[in-house]
Design a protein around this ligand. Structure first.
Ligand SMILES: [Mg+2]
Length: 369
């Protein structure tokens, strides 16, 4: 039986300013959900979001209020082993709130997998890989600093895929910044951009043409998520891979985008999809439609990153790798044992459940009061 659900907000400074077209992050608010069960098993989930309401409809504070006030009372007293039944109740009664639902579903699945003594990936169909390629985001906004940072990552053998956050400056300036970095890093390194919806369709046509000619191999969400027709026209016009991110808010969007030919690649995000199982449906739509997969992040800490890794390890195909570097952007670790990044890959934890344990002492120190 589910006996208690607790939401913890913990503010952790980032290792450097992280510039997005919608916000500049100096710290990240981790939103952690802990579900306690009568049999002594507990499960954890995470509902961390990027830039709060600058990015999407849920903020750390709204997740906490909505779980505490509306979602927890629905679940306390229900059978903890019946995860699907519990989530069906939540999804029937609660509109939206995809991040909150994801954290709750993750915590219930974590608890159930621990009870069964298996990694969470086994409840999601079973893993086909034990390690995931991880991109790094260069987002200092400064060209020389970004090149130095990328060279350091290559030397550490931590990342060889780099994503640049652009869209805040004029198109020509952004393109010059990206191509200078691509030129400095060379052909053996993958350089990609995320525009976070900042371009109009006309700007996108100019920007994408220049980036494609310069050897950039993936363009993420160049235009408004709501302009499905625009993305489809761009995907049709250019050979370079276009990826949907903000436009993908669950399986229904995945189906509509696939039907419209609105993307070559899907960025699968567990929270944005509304949970691990809806995210698995997003991936299934992609695979049935010939759309490639990429494992996205909301810059979660170790709990959400482990949950994403458990799901992405089950994808038959993961052509564009992942960006599960969230914990590496934070100055403080909240796990007892940090996730392992080695040889350009994140090792998928193989213990029961998520395979990671939160450090309660550190959380007590970091949590917002
Ligand atoms: Mg993105």
């Amino acid at each position: 039986m589910i006996t208690n659900i607790e939401v913890i907000l913990a503010d952790v400074p980032t290792i450097r300013p992280h510039k997005l077209s919608v916000a500049t992050m100096q710290s990240q608010t981790l939103v952690l959900v802990r579900v306690l069960c009568a049999d002594g098993v507990e499960g954890w989930g995470e509902a961390t979001t990027i830039g709060g309401l600058n990015y999407g409809e849920e903020s750390p504070e709204s997740v906490k209020v909505n779980i505490d006030t509306h979602i927890a009372p629905l679940l306390v007293g229900m059978e903890a082993r019946q995860v699907a039944k519990a989530m069906a109740k939540v999804r029937k009664v609660i509109q939206g709130n995809r991040f909150a639902k994801c954290a709750i579903e993750t915590a219930l699945l974590d608890a159930q997998a621990r009870r069964l003594g298996v990694p969470l990936s086994e409840l999601l169909g079973g893993r086909v890989r034990d390690a995931l390629p991880v991109a790094w985001t260069l987002a200092s906004g400064d060209t020389a600093r970004d090149i130095a940072e990328a060279e350091q990552m290559l030397e550490l053998r931590r990342h060889r895929i780099f994503k640049l956050k652009i869209g805040a400056r004029p198109v020509a300036e952004d393109v010059a910044h990206v191509l200078a970095i691509k030129k400095a890093l060379g052909d053996s390194v993958s350089v990609r951009v995320d525009v976070n919806q900042a371009w109009s369709e006309l700007e996108a046509m100019r920007g994408i043409a220049a980036l494609e000619a310069g050897g950039i191999d993936l363009i993420e969400q160049p235009t408004r998520a709501t302009s499905q027709g625009g993305m489809a026209r761009l995907a049709h016009r250019f050979a370079v891979a276009l990826m949907a991110d903000e436009a993908l808010q669950g399986p229904q969007d995945a189906l509509a985008i696939a039907q419209a030919g609105g993307a070559d690649v899907f960025a699968v995000k567990i929270a944005q999809s509304g949970g691990l199982l809806p995210a698995a449906q997003v991936a299934a739509v992609a695979q049935l439609s010939g759309i490639s997969l990429y494992g996205g992040t909301m810059l979660e800490g170790g709990i959400g990153t482990a949950a994403s890794a458990q799901l992405f390890s089950t994808f038959g195909e993961l052509e564009f790798g992942t960006e599960l570097f969230g914990p590496l952007l934070l100055t403080r670790e909240v796990l007892r044992e940090p996730l392992v990044y080695r040889d350009f890959m994140l090792q998928v934890p193989d213990g029961p459940g998520l395979g990671v344990e939160p450090d309660m002492d550190k959380l007590r120190e970091l949590r917002r009061r």
